[in-house]
Design a protein around this ligand. Structure first.
Ligand SMILES: [Zn+2]
Length: 316
């Protein structure tokens, strides 16, 4: 049967009814409210709007931050603090007519890529999304890695640089602090100051730099913009080399807004993996761009929704 997937993001809430084949049959999106009550209200409204009048077996809320599965809450969410501590099943469940499941948003996106995107056809997948932060998810032997409390798979918060920049999580030198879209912005601003004569430096002197400026200037051949992306890819590769050794995935898929830059980031990440990871994992893994784009969250959440028997509502 169909299932509803809800991708609760820092700026928008997207909900969709998804068929077992991965087709989105109906979708809505709302801006993310900043208060806990309004947040619950909007999630309920979105689910009921898309689900009404359709055969739906279950719904899954994909939420940002560290999930405590036993209590169906998010305990820490730097990008959406309003969601912290809300007993989601208790508050949202009774307002919607379907069995409710809670998962981490990046784990859901990873599951979406595994079922319908860049990871379909493989059993072992590592997925990373480079946006404001870095989310991640691991599929091992066709099962989503959740850990003891449902908080596993937080790949963005592994330390890759002991004295590196401060991360949104409070730690220093997390992968997120060195290879996210935010990290690209910081690195680009620093590079612009150090190289005022470069295209990047001249643009920064006229106006604030946007993430896409760096990619655009790099494509036009600006060496400084290119080196900003290459340096980002290097840090990404340092993190990925560890994941390759630990999880031995067939595919590492990288998505998120920063993947506009594609191989301008991934080429140096692949180089770093070749240098740092070990055979046979290093020789097997294929590092590629994720294919579903922003829809991976809704699709993956729907595919993780459970029916009243506890089985995946979409099957598989
Ligand atoms: Zn962190």
């Amino acid at each position: 049967m169909n299932a509803v997937g809800v991708d609760v993001g820092g700026t928008k809430i997207a909900a969709g009814v998804v068929s077992p084949e991965g087709e989105v049959l109906a979708a809505v999106r709302y801006p993310t409210p900043r208060s806990p009550d309004k947040l619950v209200e909007t999630m309920v409204r979105a689910i009921n709007e898309v689900g009404s009048g359709k055969d739906v077996a279950g719904v899954c809320l994909a939420v940002p931050g560290f999930v405590l599965a036993q209590k169906d809450t998010v305990v820490f969410s730097p990008n959406l603090p309003a969601i912290e501590g809300i007993p989601l099943k208790e508050r949202v469940g009774p307002e919607v007519g379907f069995p409710l499941t809670i998962e981490n948003d990046a784990s859901a996106a990873a599951w979406g890529e595994f079922r319908f995107g860049s990871g379909s056809g493989v059993d072992d997948l590592v997925f990373l999304t480079l946006g404001t932060g870095i989310g991640g998810g691991v599929i091992s032997h066709r099962a989503l890695l959740r850990g003891a409390q449902g908080s596993g798979g937080e790949l963005g918060h592994v330390t890759v640089h002991a004295t590196g920049p401060r991360c949104a999580c409070g730690n220093r030198g997390c992968l997120e602090a060195l290879a996210s879209g935010t990290a690209i912005g910081r690195r680009a601003r620093e590079a612009a100051v150090e190289n005022p004569g470069s295209a990047l430096g001249r643009l920064a002197a006229r106006r604030g730099l946007l993430g896409e400026d760096v990619t655009e200037l790099a494509r036009e051949g600006d060496g400084v913009a290119l080196s900003v992306l290459e340096e980002t890819g290097r840090w990404l590769g340092i993190g990925l080399a560890g994941f390759v050794n630990v999880f031995n995935p067939e595919v590492v898929a990288v998505g998120g807004g920063a993947m506009e830059a594609g191989d301008l980031i991934l080429a140096s990440a692949r180089r770093e993996i070749r240098l740092r990871a070990r055979p046979p994992s290093r020789d097997l893994v294929e590092v590629k761009e994720a294919t579903l784009g922003p829809e991976s969250g809704v699709l993956g959440a729907a595919a993780l929704a459970r029916n009243t028997d506890g089985a995946y509502a979409l099957g598989g």
